[in-house]
Design a protein around this ligand. Sequence first.
Ligand SMILES: [Zn+2]
Length: 410
Amino acid sequence: MAGDNLVIRSARLRDHPEGLVDIAIRDGVIAEIGPALGVSLDNQIDADGGLVTVSFANPHLHLCKVYTLLMMDELALQDYHGEGMGKAMTAIEQAARVKDHYDAGWIIENVRQAMALAAHYGNTHIRAFADVDNKARLEGVKALIQAREEFRGIVDLQVVAFAQDGIVREPGAEKLLRQAMEMGADVVGGIPWIEYTDADVAEHVRICFEIAEEYDADVSMLVDDAGDPGLRSLEVMAVEALRRGWHGRVLAHHARAQALYPKPYLQKVASMMKQARIGLVTDPHTGPLHARVKELLAEDVLVCLGQDDISDAYYPFGRNNMLEVAFLASHLLWMTTGDEMETIYDMITTRALAAIGRQDVRLENGAEANLVVLGQGTILDALRFHDAPRAVISHGRLVDQQKMKKMAKL
Ligand SMILES: [Zn+2]
């Protein structure tokens, strides 16, 4: 698929904030970057001094559940957000009730709306979880695979077949996971910490890696997502990744129990994550506890931010706007110095892309153009206003933001 020919005029780059440059894009690839380029291409975008960076990525979204909040009672939300998150597991059981009515026919409508929001907000790469269990069956996977095809070239979707209700405690889930991979899911997803015993946690992790090996797929797992300092599933997953040589192919999500870990244990886990090149997606806005981001960054672990949810049993807000996620994280992690804001911005762009295996998305000659043209000239103001970008270029093409806005019902 050939991309567009266009030139972005008067762009401000993060590493050269003082001068403005033009960026020429030919056949969807960044061809030239420099001041006042003498090129004439089909389309011109005037950045007018606004920042141009690589586009945003959301490495964690429960996409089959978006907008299901109104379909269930408030009970689940109360349990998940209650003090200390002691009842987080009960919340998952409550949320499972909506799945009695799972059907790809209505799920796809919600998914399209959330995907259009993503495109509008310059969020061009998403790793999305589809629940796979005896209630949801393969309906979520069906809807997400359909959306992946519909949005191809606009929002790149990695579909995670996700055993939300467990594997050992949910007989039949293992078979469904294999069927989901057979249907074309991209990533094997687990949630080992919700199993009943330590042995079951290990078995859950083992099964996920076995399926990942069978399908040569990456692994994404929600780990240690409750206020219990005894949770150890990230460690179990890291050991499995190291033993199987799945380096750089495993992503951890949540790890909220880290908030309660003693420092020496946190350091041990951090060093295992580095060895196995396991990244961590944190979503501090969707729960009262969160992973130890600053300490992990200091240890040079790949940490990034995710949206997690959009109006479901776990979180009432969300609009696939990663600048909004970053704005919230800046407060919740208390990362408000200039340097920290730059890091936060990396956590929704380059670091988030690296976490899902897309290190190739860069603002440099020869790279496919995945860019946002922001209305603001500094990271501070980009975070402050968290507006939709002035223009979004995805997979080498200019996104029709008006069309996306309409689809997103904005
Ligand atoms: Zn989640």
